[in-house]
Design a binder for this molecule. Structure first.
Ligand code: WTA
Length: 650
């Protein structure tokens, strides 16, 4: 592989950066040599109502137990709101920009305090107690943030479900965590269209009832004002309900290891897992990474474009920035509405200093031409970030040259729902950049590459990415299924956390994430298990068997390619293709829309009945000349038919 162009840290950063290269090296050394004293010091960056005396108590062996700051007590909403009242009460906490460019709102820390207190009192009135699970299914409006913070105020555990998920997917998540309270909106706005959130919630509640989970109250925020279904005694209008409630709600003192939130994410097998994060370590890690990775200074206007339904929306739209007293911009809409200039118009309108988005958005915008960017100023920008999937060097260079006019560092941040915060990343004033590389580990992070036998590879190497010791933001368990946690992350390479990603390390020690090595797809930065799409397909009456793989897609990163075997007597047709696409969207949501469906009378299986995905991937990539050894197949002739009818002919 040829080495791409190196972008050294620019001269002006040497002065303004919080962390320069020498500091990075010194802190990193200390953080891995003596994690206890390093994190004892940095653990103090948040406010504790009862200070911790123990720091790290973690083991990746046996049952796997992860505890940080375990005897400390704190409250996340106090750290994200109350703590700033004295010095920043009138500073904007949430800068909200509507889908419609004419709509925006500024919520100061003092106002945020009142909203969160009232919402918390409403939840209490609805009988929500410490430890209860509350499902949040919301558009990108400030009330989503109030709802999340209100849960943390009273020690309830939130489970935010992305508004693009279907009623079935929402129901599955409600049932898994036995949540009896749901917070939603009448409808959401996105790109000029409405999203039927309340209607989806009603359907989901009916589906959940079949599994004996009875949702007893639904708090509904009015966003569009359109007519929605209503169940008296169960549904409550948020606006009416909070009007008479006190803005003061005393915070619950939470133990550092009390659960903070559950976030469902896809794995290579089975249903999505409820990733559980706890209170103290998560907040320390989210706030510390937010400060140093983005070189955040007081007064900066910070914008992360992620939806609150994903982990990036948790750690870097809300918790990290608010814990640091930042002004965080929340955008309701999409990058191409009203047109492809929207992101940059918002940057100019609100004088955004730090901008954090996903490669898929950049690739889409890059495709529509530079004029949409160039007609805006963007002079306020000082840091650009990328997250969610590997950023190809072409998109990186476009981001750097066109958006940043070759003056702004790009932080390509690698992390996962499970990691709670960023693990591998440049720091703007410390790290020379290589387009496409997430570069170096953050403080306290010990990455290792291993081969398929688990042998640790040293120096420049290509392997599977593991992390060999804990960091404070790490997930603690799979909600309700600790065994699955141990099995999924710590059994492939005993004693190591396995990320599921492939990775190369170059001679400079820089890390290059190459993508998932398991059966997880990354479609437009959204994680999806091939098993989930397969099970949606086979739940259709005409489908007997399905196998799903990813293939390279110019904008989405990966597209979804489905091989479908129909029931005897059924015939594949364009119409049935459409029906199956609609079926998967109904089962999971629009983000799981199949891009290609190939009807195949047979799938390539070994004699023991295992589907050979390697072959299916090659055919989906139109690289069937490189199928490799097919002699172990039960019926090698199947492959000829698959190749002849491939849907991705170049
Ligand atoms: C991928 C999103 C390359 C990776 C925060 C990981 C990335 C999965 C990057 C987690 C990056 C995320 N470069 N790949 N900078 N960031 N990924 O849980 O495959 O939605 O395992 O968390 O996204 O996705 P998740």
């Amino acid at each position: 592989m040829t080495e791409p162009h190196l972008h050294p840290v620019q001269a002006e950063w040497k002065e303004r950066a919080l962390i320069d290269d020498a500091t990075y090296r010194a802190w990193y050394e200390k953080s891995v040599a003596d994690p206890d004293s390093f994190w004892a010091e940095h653990g103090k960056r948040i406010q504790w109502s009862k200070p911790f005396s123990r720091v790290k108590n973690t083991s990746f062996e046996g049952d796997v137990s992860i505890k940080w700051f375990e005897d400390g007590e704190t409250n996340v909403s106090v750290n994200c709101v109350d703590r700033h009242l004295e010095t920043k009460g009138d500073q904007v906490a949430i800068l909200w920009e509507g889908d419609n460019p004419a709509e925006d709102k500024k919520i100061t820390y003092r106002e945020l305090h009142g909203h969160v207190g009232r919402f918390a009192n409403l939840l209490k009135q609805q009988g929500v107690k410490r430890g209860d699970r509350v499902t949040i299914y919301m558009p990108m409006i400030p009330e989503a943030a109030y709802a999340m913070l209100a849960c943390t105020r009273i020690g309830a555990i939130h489970s935010v479900v992305f508004g693009g998920f279907s009623p079935d997917a929402l129901a599955g998540r409600i049932v898994d965590c036995q949540s009896t309270v749901v917070i939603t909106a009448d409808e959401g706005y996105r790109g000029g269209k409405t999203i039927p959130l309340k209607e989806n919630t009603d359907k989901a509640i009916d589906i959940a009832a079949r599994s004996d989970v009875a949702v007893r109250s639904v708090v509904v925020v009015k966003r569009t004002g359109n007519l929605v279904g209503w169940v008296d005694g169960r549904d409550i209008w948020y606006g009416d309900a909070v009007a008479d409630l006190s803005p003061d709600c005393p915070p619950e003192a939470m133990n550092a290891e009390d659960p903070l939130f559950i976030l469902y994410t896809s794995g290579s097998t089975g249903k999505p897992k409820g990733v559980l994060h706890t209170t103290g370590g998560y907040l320390v890690y989210a706030s510390m990474t937010h400060q140093y990775v983005f070189d955040y200074h007081d007064g900066d206007i910070y914008w992360c474009t992620a939806d609150v339904g994903w982990v990036t929306g948790h750690s870097y739209l809300l918790y990290g920035p608010l814990a640091n007293g930042a002004t965080t911009l929340m955008f309701e809409g999409v990058p191409n509405y009203p047109d492809q200039s929207r992101f940059w118009q918002i940057v100019d309108k609100h004088q955004v200093n730090i901008f954090y988005t996903a490669p898929t958005a950049l690739r889409a915008l890059m495709g529509s031409g530079d004029d949409y960017v160039k007609k805006t100023s963007r002079s306020s920008l000082k840091v650009l970030g990328s997250v969610g999937e590997p950023i190809n060097p072409e998109a990186w260079e476009w981001y750097y040259k066109v958006v940043g006019e070759s003056r702004i560092p790009i932080v390509d941040t690698w992390w996962q729902t499970e990691t709670g915060g960023i693990l591998i990343t440049p720091l703007p004033g410390a790290t020379d950049l290589k387009p496409g590389s997430a570069t170096r580990p953050f403080f306290g992070v010990k990455p290792k590459l291993v081969d398929s036998e688990g042998q640790v590879l040293e120096g420049a190497a290509d392997g599977n990415l593991c992390i060999i010791d804990s960091w404070p933001g790490q997930m603690r368990t799979v909600y309700g299924d600790h065994e699955r946690f141990v099995q999924t992350y710590f059994s492939t390479y005993a004693g190591k956390y396995f990320t599921g990603d492939g990775c190369r390390r170059d001679a400079d020690g820089y890390y290059w994430i190459t993508g998932r090595v398991d059966d997880v797809l990354n479609v437009s930065g959204h994680r999806m298990g091939t098993a989930e799409v397969e099970s949606a397909l086979v739940s259709h009456e005409k489908v007997s068997e399905a196998a799903v793989v990813g293939y390279p897609h110019d904008v989405k990163g990966q597209g979804i390619y489905c091989y479908v075997t129909l029931m005897a007597g059924e015939q594949g047709s364009e119409e049935l293709r459409k029906e199956l696409v609609a079926h998967v969207r109904k089962e999971i949501g629009a983000i799981a829309s199949p891009d290609k469906i190939q009807f195949s009378p047979g799938l390539p299986k070994t004699r023991s009945g295992k589907i050979m995905r390697r072959i299916l991937r090659k055919i989906a990539e139109d690289d069937y000349g490189a199928l490799g050894d097919t002699s172990t197949l039960a019926d090698p002739a199947v492959v000829d038919d698959l190749v002849a009818n491939r849907q991705n002919k170049k």
